[in-house]
Design a protein around this ligand. Structure first.
Ligand SMILES: O=c1ccn([C@H]2C[C@H](O)[C@@H](CO)O2)c(=O)[nH]1
Ligand SMILES: [Zn+2]
Length: 133
């Protein structure tokens, strides 16, 4: 299990994201994305983007990832990476940063093209569940 303070196997996580990316359905943008994250119980969850003929209905890879997290037992995300069609890390879009915040919070660590960042750095002053209490 990779808990707080234990460095995860980022290469394995990137590989899981690339594997998910290979199953992306992106005939409209031509931009395939795969995402992978570690949950706090050590399991890996993944997702790929799934587009739609009605363009705005398309789903980012992170949507599938958080769905898989919940469908396979829930928990919290600790480490995350998403990759493009060439297997290189990209930054998640704004909507997906919000999605990730719900299940990872500000301490979630992301691999980006510029190195490792916390979600707090990527989405400062985030709105979250704490505001609804
Ligand atoms: O964080 C992101 C950013 C983009 N995409 C997808 C959405 C769309 O299908 C394609 C081009 O934007 O990439 C993701 O899956 N995740
Ligand atoms: Zn997105």
């Amino acid at each position: 299990m990779t808990g707080a303070g234990t460095p995860p196997d980022w290469e394995a996580l990137r590989e899981a994201a690339r594997d998910a990316m290979s199953r992306a359905y992106a005939p409209y943008s031509g931009y395939k994305v795969g995402a992978a994250a570690l949950a706090d119980d050590g399991r890996t969850v993944t997702g790929c983007n799934v587009e739609n003929a009605s363009y705005g209905v398309g789903l980012c890879a992170e949507c599938g990832l958080v769905s898989q997290l919940n469908a396979t037992g829930g928990g919290r995300l600790t480490h995350f990476v998403c990759v493009d069609g060439e297997g290189a890390p990209l930054v998640p879009c704004g909507r997906c940063r919000q999605l990730l915040y719900e299940f990872g919070g500000p301490e979630l660590v992301l691999e980006t093209p510029d190195g490792f960042r916390t979600l707090d750095e990527m989405l400062p002053q985030a709105f979250g569940p704490q505001h609804l209490r």
